[in-house]
Design a protein around this ligand. Structure first.
Ligand code: UDP
Length: 373
């Protein structure tokens, strides 16, 4: 009988969906189509009520990131998490048990922190014996919500994440370090820069700056572009506005006034091709974007981050010297200008990226999951 893997995620941002998709593609790469794989947005599928909160993620991180930070730290506490679980359990547990009984997967993989204790309980109540693996998508610092000692395996991205998970109570022998899962297309389907630019109808010779802000298009991208426009730089600019429709419309309207060639995308499935065309990325400190940029050997300028959740990623970029950090659009442009004239510093960053990046992590993770079948 065909084996089945069930992935649990929630569409908060783009990172969780991307991580699940990355592992699915890696499993397909190894096993072609012999394994059935399904991705379930847990809150959307099991609780209309809790899905209201999941849907609040985008506006909250866009308009009041500070509030998100406060909530993140407030909830980073075992007792409060247990309380939250007790309160939310009745809204979701029965549906989750039904879902597991109906799908009867051979393995369950979660890439989201908020559903794991409930999934352990739902598997128990289903009466089925199903291995449960979590893939922790916070690469450096992680929230206590991820900590679920009863899972069969927890996969983390870095040694720092493993140490923290152990400190918070995960049994060490259940943790494996593989890196952040990114879609294999980031290293299987991309070509050299000049060729990629020609294909994307860009000038193959111009230094190419990519701006993006996670799935929701967060950050001060328009201000950075305004400041780039104040200098005489030999550049071209690509923007991925993600689901931020107002930013996309504004930039498309303003495009004629900029001195440099520019391309603006909304939410796209071509991030790997666009990164292949680029020389550097200006972005929010999303773990997915950072791992993808590193796989494509792009130095990273971090201009925004979610308080708490993404602060560890910012420290990581600085510590490993794979990029620079500034929240000030004027300073960001200064950094670009410096890097354009200091080729040595730029090449050093690229060498550091090659050393630290693990582009094949999804394939390694797929191998572990498949070992449970
Ligand atoms: N992404 C995408 N298309 C877009 C914008 C973003 O596929 O137009 C993907 C991006 O490649 C990355 C994910 O969305 O895999 C964003 O994840 P990240 O962890 O960087 O940030 P989040 O959106 O979760 O805050």
């Amino acid at each position: 009988m065909t084996k089945k893997i069930l992935y649990l995620f929630s569409d908060t941002g783009g990172g969780h969906r991307s991580a699940a998709t990355a592992i699915i593609r890696a499993v397909e790469h190894v096993y072609k189509n012999e394994i059935e794989q399904e991705r379930i947005d847990v809150f959307a599928a099991c609780s209309g009520f809790l899905n209201i909160f999941a849907k609040l993620y985008a506006p909250v991180i866009k308009y009041t990131p500070k509030l998100w930070g406060q909530l993140y730290y407030w909830l980073d506490d075992q007792k409060k998490l247990e309380m939250l679980e007790k309160v939310s359990g009745p809204f979701i547990l029965n549906e989750l048990v039904k879902l597991i009984q109906e799908k009867k997967p051979d393995v369950i993989v979660s890439v989201h922190p908020m559903v794991n204790h409930l999934t352990v309980e739902a598997i128990r109540q289903s009466g089925l014996k199903i291995p449960f693996i979590i893939v922790i998508t916070d690469p450096v610092t992680l929230h206590r919500a991820w900590i679920t000692p009863a899972v069969d395996m927890a996969i983390v991205a870095t040694d720092a994440a493993k140490q923290l998970a152990v400190q918070y109570g995960m049994p060490e022998e259940k943790i494996k370090i593989f890196g952040m899962p990114i879609d294999p297309k980031f290293f299987l389907e991309t070509s050299g820069k000049q060729k990629a630019r020609k294909k994307g109808r860009l000038n193959p010779e111009l230094f190419t700056i990519l701006l993006m802000g996670g799935g929701e298009g967060a950050g001060k991208m328009d201000e950075i572009i305004e400041n780039l426009n104040k200098l005489e730089l030999k550049i071209q600019v690509i923007v991925i506005a993600g689901r931020n429709k107002s930013l996309e419309a504004k930039l498309k309207k303003d495009m004629p006034k900029f001195k440099f060639p520019m391309k603006v995308f909304g939410f796209t499935d071509k991030v790997h091709e666009i990164m292949a065309e680029s020389d550097i990325i200006i972005t929010k400190a999303g773990p997915g974007t950072i791992a993808e940029a590193m796989a494509m050997n792009l130095p990273i300028i971090i201009t925004s981050w979610l308080p708490g959740q993404e602060e560890g990623n910012v420290e990581y970029v600085v510590r490993e010297n794979v990029g620079k950090v500034s929240q000030d659009p004027v300073k960001v442009v200064e950094i670009i200008n410096e890097l354009l004239s200091d080729k040595k510093a730029f090449e050093e960053m690229k060498a550091n990226i090659r050393r630290a990046s693990r582009p094949q992590a999804a394939l390694d993770i797929a191998g572990q999951i498949l070992s449970y079948l």
